[in-house]
Design a protein around this ligand. Sequence first.
Ligand code: HEC
Ligand code: HEC
Length: 351
Amino acid sequence: MRVLLWILLAGLCLPTGLLAGKLEPFRDVPVPEQNPQTPAKIELGKKLFFDRRLSGDGTMNCGTCHDPEQGFSDGIDISLNYPTTRNWRNSPTLIGVAFQRSLFHDGRAASLEEQALFPMMSAFEMNQNLDFMEEEIRTVPEYVAEFTKVFGDGDVTRERVAMAIAAFERTLVSRDTPLDRFLSGDTKAFSPKALKGYELFIGKGKCTECHYGVSLADDRFHVLNVPENPEHLKDPRIAATRRFVAKISHFEEFRTLSEDPGRYLITKDQKDWKAFRTPTLREIAKTAPYMHNGIYATLDEVIEFFHAGGGKGNSALNALQLTSLEKEELRIFLEEGLTGAPIAFTPPKIP
Ligand code: HEC
Ligand code: HEC
């Protein structure tokens, strides 16, 4: 018993550098047993993903904020929104999303099937009534034929819509990056500067304490105290969105909530106040701006943030003492090393 206790204590006292995880090359995405991938389902999901019928006023589809041309994100600090409202968080890329075990910046959804209906219902995103969405899809004979082919009968349900969209999302992956080739034994995969950057990433930069595995993300939540954008704090439309989400998350003081509480919204555990999920770093060069609130426009700014030991008062990070050459090498690794073969994508024909 006593020995066990000592082992436990020793584990807690280890310098955090020793807790770094291992990077892994690309492998096939996990697929849930209840929703196997089939070519017809993926094709249906792709059509639904890009169908504006999924939004209340018919102006938006999922691709509006997860645009293939913008790395399946939308290129702005806080995401686009339903007309007259304003969103409150950055749109995450959907590349490699199938590897994430919890979804959203605060991890409030557990599966792609569960997640897909949220943006449709969300007043500040697609603002669509799900019964109405089902009826709209049901009126399109091509869709009924496709649902029959995929699910055995033509019944259009929200669950099936979500299953098809999830199947499509599982095809969005980053592969064949220099990092994948390097980890599979190709010692010449990186340019000399990217190789230096890789060594900093796993060494002096301590990035693999949190960014590891296939996605370079640990599926955990950390309080880095990323600065707030003062302009966002003043915008009453953002305040309305924040308080709306807080209210439906049973956050009692939602009316006075003046900043994004992050993971706390879900756990109500003080240690999760302003904790956000570690994001994937694959294809990171394509998905600026960065962080849950899009506060940083460039990778240089993000590297500067980690170099300085993160935001004021955080205890997750320490200052790094990187030279300006090392910062550049780290950026080149992120840009070159994590960019893979272009994702083959043909826009669907919407029925
Ligand atoms: C108006 C912009 C907008 C639209 C439209 C939109 N999204 Fe999103 N999406 C976001 C934002 C912003 C987030 C992050 C929200 C958060 O963390 O609270 C997000 C998060 C996600 C995530 C989680 C990603 C991750 O890494 O955790 C998935 C999956 C996703 N969206 C899929 C979809 C699908 C499917 C649709 C269409 C049914 C859709 N989105 C429509 C803006 C949008
Ligand atoms: C203690 C865990 C931790 C460590 C160590 C860490 N990160 Fe992060 N990283 C995160 C979290 C959490 C976020 C998201 C913060 C947010 O959205 O507010 C993030 C965000 C990022 C982003 C922005 C991604 C995006 O899509 O917005 C980049 C780039 C990044 N980190 C690179 C690095 C590099 C390079 C290092 C090493 C110098 C590093 N990180 C070290 C946890 C960590």
